[in-house]
Design a protein around this ligand. Structure first.
Ligand code: BGC
Length: 513
């Protein structure tokens, strides 16, 4: 996951070697705060397994359960139920709306309190879900979890980037996304183990999200407020003292001055959203939003949310399908590590384009196999079913080293400082919106489009490939505040937006304005 980073270049203070150490306190704070990613990932991963459990379906979705029992009814439609999808998707809708409130709390009252609120929402959500006796209780629980996600995803990445010493900022930032994938993975294992505990296994699955939530809650009292947030809110002395503490040295002048300078610059921009609407912001805005829309239209969350359901659709038994989800979860974590190592060497475009090819291949072959072998009321033979799981892994692997982390990284590095925060919040809300759309629509789409759903995602991958080839410039190795000159002004298409802006400035200067 992303962060909006006040880089050393943003402030106009040119690179200085900051004298900070990597202190135990900073590492501890990083690990504790990144637990927010664990809770988020756990929520992503848990719902698919739970909605595949008979006890859960029988209790809250008896209609779906009856449909499922009529085993030979319709492979593609047995899970199609708006309420069942609302169980999964309500979280993202709540996250979408609460992230606006969270961004206000975060800048007005600080990162620490935003993380505390996130853990509170998480804990309330978990209790409601694990104790649910009515479907309404379940959905309200999901809404609280969504508010936790909205607050946590706003504050945690920001927090990580702000406390990190410059030289490990990238690594600490990606710790959040890595935690998301670990959370998904743990959720898959939990579901695998609890599926046999009748009739309350699902309660344990949903309740165990409380563990990372409580760790986050306790951690949120141990962690520091970030020096940037303190300084931005006018608490200069406390900010400096905290900076000395987390850097393990009193020699923090250079970094302190830079934060003060960057905060002043950022404070001067009174209407960031208005700035964002200017023509010269168009390239970054289009790219930030497109990266998120495309990230979701790879179809990744069809797999992350519904892998067990999907695998049951193609004929696996309940346990086998959960096990397959554990396998895809492992692939997801390991491949994210590949991205950490490769992104600054190979560049963004290479990773994205390679992944497009790999994802297109997987989606079309899965679609073709299902089209050929999975009719509405048969089971796939074992060989074909295993081939589908392997292809799903192949797909997840490519996503995890490309559109997963880069969908967040690129929007966080393309905006100039004056529109970075506003621009980035547009990216976050687009992500939540399209995550919601996929969560809400996927099972119905599968019911209506059958194997064609995979061709639908494959078609999007063609669009994404063309987008990367023609419209996405390489940003690897470009200092964040030189993007405009070195990237946008050089780009064959986007430069016209910059030229207009330049033309305006020249005209204004000539007119003596
Ligand atoms: C995406 C999530 C997705 C996760 C999978 C993230 O980058 O935003 O929607 O579930 O990756 O690992």
């Amino acid at each position: 996951m992303p962060a909006i980073v006040v880089s050393s270049n943003d402030s106009g203070v040119k690179h200085k070697d900051f004298d900070g150490k990597i202190t135990i306190y900073v590492v501890l704070c990083g690990i504790l705060a990144a637990t927010g990613g664990l809770v988020f990932g756990f929520d992503i991963g848990i719902s698919g397994g739970v909605t595949a459990m008979d006890d859960f379906l029988e209790k809250f979705f008896p209609k779906v359960y009856r449909k499922k029992l009529q085993a030979k009814e319709d492979n593609y439609c047995k899970f199609d139920n708006q309420w069942l999808q609302l169980f999964t998707s309500s979280l993202y809708l709540a996250a979408l709306f609460s992230s606006f409130a969270a961004s206000k709390v975060c800048s007005k009252y600080g990162r620490k309190i935003t993380i505390q609120l996130a853990s509170l929402f998480f804990i309330v959500g978990v209790v409601l879900e694990a104790a649910a006796i009515e479907i309404v209780m379940l959905i309200v629980g999901r809404i609280f979890l969504g508010m936790g996600v909205g607050f946590g995803n706003q504050a945690v990445p920001l927090f990580l980037s702000e406390i990190a010493p410059v030289k490990i900022r990238g690594a600490l930032n990606i710790l959040f996304q890595l935690n998301v994938t670990i959370g998904i993975f743990i959720a898959n294992i939990v579901n695998y183990l609890t599926a046999n505990l009748h009739p309350w296994g699902w309660r344990l699955s949903l309740g165990l999200a409380g563990v990372p939530a409580v760790i986050l809650g306790i951690g949120s009292f141990i962690i520091t407020e970030t020096p940037t947030s303190l300084i931005q809110r006018g608490q200069l002395l406390r900010g400096r003292a905290m900076l000395e503490r987390i850097r393990g040295t009193a020699n923090v002048n250079a970094e302190y001055e830079e934060i003060v300078h960057a905060s002043e610059m950022a404070r001067r921009v009174k209407h960031p959203f208005k700035n964002l609407m200017k023509r010269s912001s168009r390239p970054q805005l289009v790219i930030a939003v497109a990266m998120q829309v495309f990230q979701q239209f790879t179809g990744i969350n069809a797999i992350m949310f519904y892998a067990p359901v999907l695998f049951q659709t193609i004929g696996f038994k309940s346990q086998a399908s959960l096990l397959s989800a554990v396998i895809t979860g492992t692939v997801n974590v390991v491949s994210t590590l590949v991205s950490v190592a490769a992104v600054d060497r190979l560049g963004r475009r290479v990773l994205l384009l390679e992944a497009c090819a790999q994802m297109f291949f997987s989606q079309t072959i899965i679609g073709a196999l299902l089209f050929a072998y999975l009719k509405t009321n048969n089971e796939l033979n074992q060989g074909v079913a295993i081939a589908v799981v392997v292809l799903v892994c192949f797909f997840v692997m490519s996503f995890a080293w490309s559109w997963g982390p880069l969908g967040w990284l690129i929007p966080s590095e393309t905006f100039p400082l004056e529109t970075r925060s506003a621009g980035f919040s547009c990216a976050v809300s687009s992500n939540m919106l399209f995550t919601f759309v996929i969560a809400q629509a996927f099972l119905s789409m599968m019911c209506h489009m059958k194997a064609g759903i995979f061709f639908f995602f494959a078609a999007w991958i063609v669009v994404m490939t063309l987008f990367v080839i023609f419209l996405l410039p390489e940003t690897k190795g470009v200092p964040i505040d030189e993007m405009t000159d070195r990237v946008w002004r050089q780009h064959w298409y986007w430069r016209r937006y910059m030229e207009d802006e330049d033309g305006d400035k020249i005209k204004k200067a000539e007119d003596g304005l």
